[in-house]
Design a protein around this ligand. Sequence first.
Ligand code: CMC
Length: 428
Amino acid sequence: MSETASIKLQGEIYELPVITGTENEKAIDISTLRDRTSHIVLDSGYKNTGSTKSAITFLDGEKGILRYRGYPIEQLAEKSTFLEVVYLLIYGELPKKDVLEKFNVQVQKNSLLHEDMKKFYDGFPHGAHPMGQLCSLVSSLTAFAPESLKMHASSEEVDSSIIKLIAKMPTIVSWIYKGSIGEPFIYPSKNLDYVANFMNMTFGQVTHDFEIDPVAVDALNKILILHADHEQNCSTSTVRTVGSSGSNLYASVSAAISALWGPLHGGANQEVIEMLETIKADGGGVEKWVNKAKDKDDPFRLMGFGHRVYRNFDPRAQIIKKACHDVLNKLGLDDEVLEIAIRLEEAALHDDYFVERKLYPNVDFYSGIISRALGFRTDLFTVIFALGRLPGWIAQWKEQRESKEPISRPRQIYTGYTTRDYIDVENR
Ligand code: CMC
């Protein structure tokens, strides 16, 4: 017999079905509750609400498990390339060799931007934040791919929109950087793979080739893989919510980029480095900052600490911390900010406030340090996060579309005035 949960309301008992996932996670299906009882459930910030059933990513916050389509993040970060992970997330399986080669060619063929897009770059004032530019540029792709606007596009048309977005994103991002430093844009090369191509377009120059360092390419591969999906986080919920109204892929991803920008989400990696730099400028002592973070009258938080779902450790942070040491060692860099980060982590991990609240370093704590070592400017960190998260957003957008999920439309408990009569402006 299938499991049920009972809820007692005004003396009456209602049986509700219990849904079980493949990893034995349980949910009480309350979708009929309002019709049967005229009650809704209230859960601000969706701290305990499942918004969907999904077969893409499994995450266990208590045990620190993260798997894409069943594959442990540790194995993917160690052995795969970002483009393989892109394919895995979007199409559900690791690609066979010939499929991967074909996918790679399709991506390379679509990596050029329409020349008219250069006018958008010209239009941004100097200093425009890269994330603001990225939202606009991704959304503007609709203008060059009208088939993406069809609500009932065929699967071939959807695939075409997907390939274009995956292919053009590195070009869009690197050109944002080039535009910000006033250098000519570098076009994609058919001789380089996805990540090396991105680095070449970002750091290469028209006058001389960029020397691609395999250590740097490997580190960026890892960063992108570790960020590639994270189930129903703020930006992913956004992509599914926007997509549920029938909005096209580019508009939905543009909305997700906006959600990611916030300092409590993807914007944290920029904030972490800025925080560590502030601590360095202040003499490098960490105790003062740990105390500030604990002070409820002080808005300061330890950026890169805490996570809505990870309550013991963030598996991504463990991989990235090791990668961070490897990269700095291999590139022969000495970064005082890394030393401060390690001391700050130590201090927080031994502090009752952080221990009681189960606050641990998250992926953003170390990703900024690697990104900086690779040469990315601080305000580009969140854009790198977006480049990594893109396949996850696409996979989640595609999944909600294919499973024909209803339009996302939560309810509320109204706490405003009850009815009152209009008063003329002279008498208010
Ligand atoms: N520094 C100090 N106190 C903290 C921190 C922090 N970084 N994070 C949480 N707390 C405290 C918070 O004040 C609260 O204390 P109390 O119970 O006394 O009121 C308690 O811990 C629970 O925090 P919360 O804000 O209710 O937890 P949440 O699940 O709503 O928020 C979070 C999660 C990630 C937004 C939050 O931990 C935070 O603001 N962290 C800093 C920003 C950050 O690093 N964000 C990146 C997240 S990982 C990348 C991604 O996937 O987006």
